[in-house]
Design a protein around this ligand. Structure first.
Ligand code: 6R9
Length: 647
């Protein structure tokens, strides 16, 4: 079995970017970033074209990250108005509902423009204007994209909260962002199960610090019964449908905020990652064009949720800025059965398909038959994102799903990056299963050792990016200091990704996973500190330590060690209660997969929890505990080993 997969014949000939293009343009992009990005910026429609291209310094003293600083534009105009003359009747969004027999929607660019304008007008009438924050807590329905673009149209800053988050998590995000309005739906649907979205919002708004919210707009989706608290709560259709179909777009400076998206870090509460208008949109659209080789007749499907950055950049902003047809899927890969993805591919003749390794692994477990019974002839390109893809899953994706015909783009990037930083360009690079291959234009990755020395040639260490790129986040909302400290303090003059990586003899990058206290569960980032804080909020818990462990389907699972308050008794009921408690505090995605009682946690004499040891116990590798001589009480470890998972 070869571990290098050449660009399939025929693909290179029609590719948006060939190997020669890449080599020439990449060299230019790092030699003359101003010239390069000034030229690429012309792919957007500017109200005032930028003359300043790049104002960046990673130094603590004069720290700044600004791109196209004197340019003006509106993101919704770029995603909608710009296409009306040439593509008004082209389908912008295809909606595929949870229920395969449910109603499919084909929303044209003209129709999407009108929907966005109506909501934009409605928001303005409700007193929302430039710079105001709007929380979006919606299922994967057309209104989610409409809501994001309507905010962009009037200059409001959207903050999308994933539908799998609980009332507490909504409240945290509302409090941090000071949102004035929430757009939600009665209920969501996933694999025929109902998600009580409006009820979660109601519960969130009963929590302290959420009184900034004046209005809740409620989309009627399932028709399920909800409590409407007048005058705060308004039905979306009642407020929006009667509005005019046109709406004056706000003139936005390139550096005006477009959105805030919360993501987990290694410490404390989730951070509000702030992205601005010009650089973000340019980077989303350009990466989408180059990495996905998008053509006018493609049907493009990214299976992410708009609650994550992948949904922002590669369901909404990138594809729509490029005038593409983007499919939104409400459901899950396993409903009604393991064939669903491929049935949707056939039904809508999807040509480009982008999903996460966790989905591939889960489907691979169901065997080849659910795939083989579908045609998939329309597919020409496959993508992967969210976590490292193991070579076995990569090969199954390539051989069984793509029948050896479709290149795979394994795209590495982060919420903080706005768009793809390391990925094959499918017409340019031979791929290797498990490698994200080479940097995108203008991106200069490097690998450093713990002391910050830049390593050369074949090496392994921490992944940093040496220079800025337009889609880079600009700050942690409301906390510039935390932004600097998190990403620029560890290695002065470089952006630290939090990931480890290896570079091989061909210069290909292999991402090895997080090197900080973030775990990646089914492609979702969860901070161990967040789960720990949730656990210790429970009155019976004295202390908790959370680590990741290898999980066949999810990539990583959540392993929690819990020490109870003196006098409390360990029981299976309490264990269930604690898992339910975490679901309530954060959301189902943070449920511990395994919870172990810990009479005590392994600590150094200075009281630091030795996570390295907890990770090894969770990995079921008791022979690799390493040096335990600095432990205050080594007998603690023996007690944990006896009760570990798999012991
Ligand atoms: C886009 C997105 C970012 C973290 C990142 C890394 C992991 C993402 C990856 C990958 C290996 C890939 N990650 N893509 N690891 N190969 N192709 O997922 O953003 O949710 O912020 O997660 O995900 O560890 O640091 P986000």
């Amino acid at each position: 079995m070869s571990d290098v997969y050449p660009v399939p014949e025929g693909f290179a000939a029609q590719a948006n970017v060939t190997k020669a293009d890449y080599e020439r343009d990449y060299a230019e992009s790092v030699r003359d970033p101003e010239g390069f990005w000034g030229r690429i910026a012309q792919r957007l429609e500017w109200m005032t074209p930028p003359t300043r291209i790049r104002d960046v310094s990673y130094d603590r003293q004069n720290f700044q990250i600004r791109w196209f600083a004197d340019g003006e534009l509106n993101a919704s105009v770029n995603c909608l108005d710009r296409h009306l003359a040439t593509r008004g009747d082209k389908t912008a969004l295809i909606f595929e509902p949870d229920d395969p027999a449910g109603e499919v929607l084909h929303v044209t660019y003209r129709d999407l423009h009108a929907r966005v304008c109506r909501l934009g007008n409605a928001l303005r009438n409700l007193g929302v204007g430039k710079g105001d924050r709007v929380t979006i807590y919606l299922p994967m329905i057309v209104e989610a994209a409409v809501a994001m673009l309507a905010c962009a149209r009037i200059g409001a800053i959207h903050t999308v909260v994933f539908g799998g988050f609980s009332a507490n998590s909504i409240a945290d995000r509302v409090r941090d962002s000071g949102a004035k309005l929430i757009i939600t739906a009665d209920e969501g649907l996933r694999g025929s199960k109902k998600v009580p979205l409006k009820a979660n919002v109601d519960a969130a708004l009963k929590l302290p610090g959420t009184t900034t919210v004046e209005t809740v707009l409620v989309v009627r989706h399932t028709g399920g019964a909800v409590d409407m608290q007048m005058p705060r709560d308004r039905w979306y259709d009642a407020v929006v449908d009667s509005q005019p179909d046109t709406c004056e777009p706000e003139r936005m400076n390139a550096e005006d905020p477009l959105f805030i998206l919360y993501t987990s870090g290694s410490t404390g509460k989730p951070k509000g990652v702030l992205h601005t208008t010009g650089g973000y949109l340019l980077f989303a659209s350009y990466t989408h064009w180059a990495v996905f080789d998008i053509k006018d007749d493609d049907v493009y499907w990214c299976t992410a949720d708009v609650g994550w950055v992948t949904g922002h950049s590669y369901i909404v902003y990138g594809p729509l800025a490029n005038g593409a047809t983007s499919l939104m899927f409400e459901g899950v890969p396993s409903y009604p059965d393991a064939s669903r993805f491929w049935q949707v591919v056939d039904k809508h003749q999807v040509s480009i398909f982008y999903t996460a390794p966790t989905a591939i692994r889960a489907l691979m477990r169901e065997g080849d038959e659910p795939v083989r019974k579908t045609s998939r002839k329309s597919l020409r390109l496959l993508g992967s994102v969210g976590e490292p893809i193991n070579p076995e899953a990569w090969r199954w994706y390539y051989d069984v799903v793509g029948e050896g015909r479709c290149p795979i783009v394994d795209t590495w990037w982060q919420t903080e990056n706005g768009g793809i930083l390391i990925s094959p360009l499918p017409g340019a690079w031979a791929t290797k299963p498990g490698s994200a291959t080479k940097p995108f234009f203008g991106v200069q990755p490097a690998i450093v050792d713990a002391a910050g020395n830049v390593l050369e040639g074949e090496c392994e260490g921490n992944l940093v990016i040496m220079d800025s790129w337009p889609g880079q986040m600009r700050t942690v909302y409301g906390d510039d200091q935390r932004f600097f400290d998190t990403y620029f303090a560890a290695y002065p003059g470089m952006y630290f990704t939090g990931d480890g990586a290896r570079r091989d003899a061909d210069g290909y990058y292999w991402i090895t996973g997080r090197v900080d206290d973030v775990i990646n569960v089914s492609g979702h980032r969860i901070g161990t500190a967040e789960v720990e804080s949730a656990l210790v909020l429970h009155p019976k818990v004295a202390e908790a330590a959370v680590v990741g462990f290898p999980h066949d389907i999810k990539g990583q699972g959540i392993y929690a060690y819990v020490t109870l308050v003196a006098g409390e008794v360990e029981s299976d009921e309490l264990l269930k209660e604690l898992v339910a408690h975490v679901r309530k505090e954060i959301g189902p995605i943070a449920s511990p997969d395994f919870l172990q009682w810990a009479p005590a946690l392994p600590k150094t004499r200075s009281g630091k929890i030795m996570r390295r040891i907890l990770r090894k116990i969770a990995e079921n590798a008791p022979d690799q505990l390493g040096d335990t001589s600095t432990l205050a009480d080594p007998s603690v470890v023996d007690a944990l080993l006896d009760n570990r998972r798999g012991a």
